[in-house]
Design a binder for this molecule. Structure first.
Ligand SMILES: [Cu+2]
Length: 337
């Protein structure tokens, strides 16, 4: 998903749709949530007859889409403790899907997060012969209602990844976690990660996440799932899901293993998002989290080039805030599925 080409198509579609639909909706405050269902309908209609509808719509809001359904073995768990979670993906015939096209080295990516955006887990279940996926989950954030996202591409499909979502209730006393304030810097496991760039509704926005440790830039990130970083963005309020991939591929001769990891992220609306960056260093995967606010289209945030009608042409100069060590050229074909 989310190759620059697809994002460009996405941008074109959304600009058209939002010109009509979002003029009203985007006037609201930072937690803009202008009826995603309605928005998705508009997007779908805008692409009537096209094959990319499911790619363009915000993902993760549906348990069933395009003939595929996420069927969990259980919708609730008795306690917040490490548990094996089991589910199936069924196809149009109602049978469990057993053939998948790998995306980023895996047949299926499972993202689990509590609905207050705490307790993020990104794991890779194992597929049984009967089509049942199983994976241990930790539920370290404790009790509460979780959102489970299955991100996969059925082999029988058009090659595009689909993200289905369902809720999972974990019994017990929940202690809600307030959403952290927006920040440019966060720490995880002794690493400091900084975020440059800004999200803008309906526009492909360059983001650079840079990793350092003990005051020194990390320049030996390890490939994790065929990239130096994986970024998931969830919209606060409804947990609409975006899986964003970095520019460049490890081993392509131009993508450096840190400290900067550059992404193009396109969020569908203004509002508040939680970003989760997975990166691997010295054999361990870490997840850095940020809260970020997406401005309305054409808000022209500082340091941000005007992306109007732009398809992040690799020939254009890097934005002023770019990390100096960043390779100059994006690899447009880097993460096709
Ligand atoms: Cu994954």
């Amino acid at each position: 998903m989310n190759t620059p080409v697809k994002l460009a198509a996405y941008a074109a579609g959304l600009v058209a749709v939002f010109a009509g639909a979002a003029g009203v909706g985007n006037v609201v405050g930072p937690v803009a949530d202008p009826d995603p269902g309605h928005m998705e309908m508009d997007v779908a209609h805008g692409h009537e007859g096209g094959s990319d509808r499911s790619v363009d719509a915000p993902k993760g809001l549906h348990v069933s889409q395009d003939g595929y359904t996420l069927v969990p073995e259980t919708a609730s768990l008795p306690a917040a403790k490490p548990t094996t979670y089991a589910f199936r993906i069924t196809g149009q015939d109602g049978r469990p899907v057993t053939d998948y096209t790998p995306t980023h080295d895996k047949d299926l990516h499972l993202i689990v997060v509590r609905r207050d955006l705490a307790g993020f887990e990104h794991v890779h279940p194992s597929l049984g012969a009967d089509g049942t996926w199983r994976v241990p989950l930790s539920f370290a954030a404790g009790a509460g209602t979780y959102r489970v996202f299955a991100d996969f591409a059925p082999a029988a499909g058009d090659g595009e990844a689909l993200t289905l979502g369902t809720d999972l209730v974990v019994a017990g006393d929940q202690r809600p976690t307030p959403l952290p304030q927006p920040a440019r810097t966060t720490t995880v496991d002794g690493y400091t990660v900084t975020l440059e760039g800004s999200l803008a509704a309906g526009q492909s926005s360059p983001l650079t996440l840079s990793v350092s440790k003990d005051g020194r830039p990390v320049t030996d990130l390890q490939p994790y799932l065929a990239a130096y970083g994986h970024l998931v963005a969830l919209r606060h309020g409804d947990l609409a899901y975006l899986h964003v991939h970095p520019e460049g591929t490890p081993g392509d001769g131009k993508t450096r293993p840190g400290p900067g990891i550059k992404f193009y992220a396109e969020v569908p609306t203004a509002g508040t998002y939680r970003l989760y960056l997975d990166f691997k260093h010295q054999g361990t995967v870490h997840t850095a989290e940020f809260t970020a606010i997406a401005g309305v289209t054409n808000s022209d945030s500082a340091g941000q080039p005007d992306e109007q009608g732009d398809q992040h042409d690799p020939g254009k100069p890097a934005e002023p805030g770019a990390v100096p060590s960043e390779p100059a050229k994006p690899d447009k074909a880097g993460h096709g599925h």
